[in-house]
Design a protein around this ligand. Structure first.
Ligand code: FES
Ligand code: FES
Length: 166
């Protein structure tokens, strides 16, 4: 029996410990927002968060997330006064019309969200290192534009917060 928390709910699954987390999410829990692309940790379509860190779920055995907090695209919302709301990354994806076919985008959003949670003002090298996801539709320029808009917003908020304290 493998127990872990998925999008805030504790679940126990009677499955083989070596089953890839991706299959546990999609086939056992019905969370099909996380996609299968390459199966060899190369494309990032299957990216989820495990204890806040981005993980490629196609090569992660479910035993590795025992007692961990797993978040998928379905759980990536902020709860304002108990109501689910879009995160800044999701809103920027809408504002900049990032997706084309959309297949890679849940993994892309999970990778970007983990990066910006860790570092609200990443430089180009940090973005390239952390967001190595593959998009067959070539949405990279819009991904980049959306990330830059979020970074600019973060910088603006930090500046006004600093102004408030002066
Ligand atoms: S499906 Fe996991 S990295 Fe491509
Ligand atoms: S939007 Fe189609 S693969 Fe990325």
């Amino acid at each position: 029996m493998i127990e872990f928390t998925i999008n805030g709910n504790t679940r126990q699954l009677d499955i083989e410990p070596e089953m890839p987390l991706l299959w546990a999410l999609r086939n056992e829990l019905g969370l099909t927002g996380t996609k299968f692309g390459c199966g060899i940790a190369a494309c990032g379509a299957c990216t989820v968060h495990v204890d806040g860190q981005p993980v490629r779920s196609c090569v992660t055995p479910v035993s590795a997330v025992r007692n961990s907090q797993v978040t998928t695209i379905e759980g990536l919302t902020v709860n304002a006064a108990g109501n689910p709301a879009l995160t800044a990354v999701q809103q920027a994806w809408i504002d900049h019309q990032v997706p084309q076919c959309g297949y890679c985008q849940s993994g892309m959003i999970m990778a970007v969200s983990a990066l910006l949670a860790d570092n609200p003002n990443p430089d180009e090298a940090a973005i390239e290192r952390s967001v190595s996801n593959v998009c067959r539709c070539g949405t990279y320029p819009r991904v980049s534009k959306a990330i830059r808009a979020i970074i600019a917003d973060n910088a603006g908020s930090a500046a006004s917060a600093q102004g408030d304290t002066v």
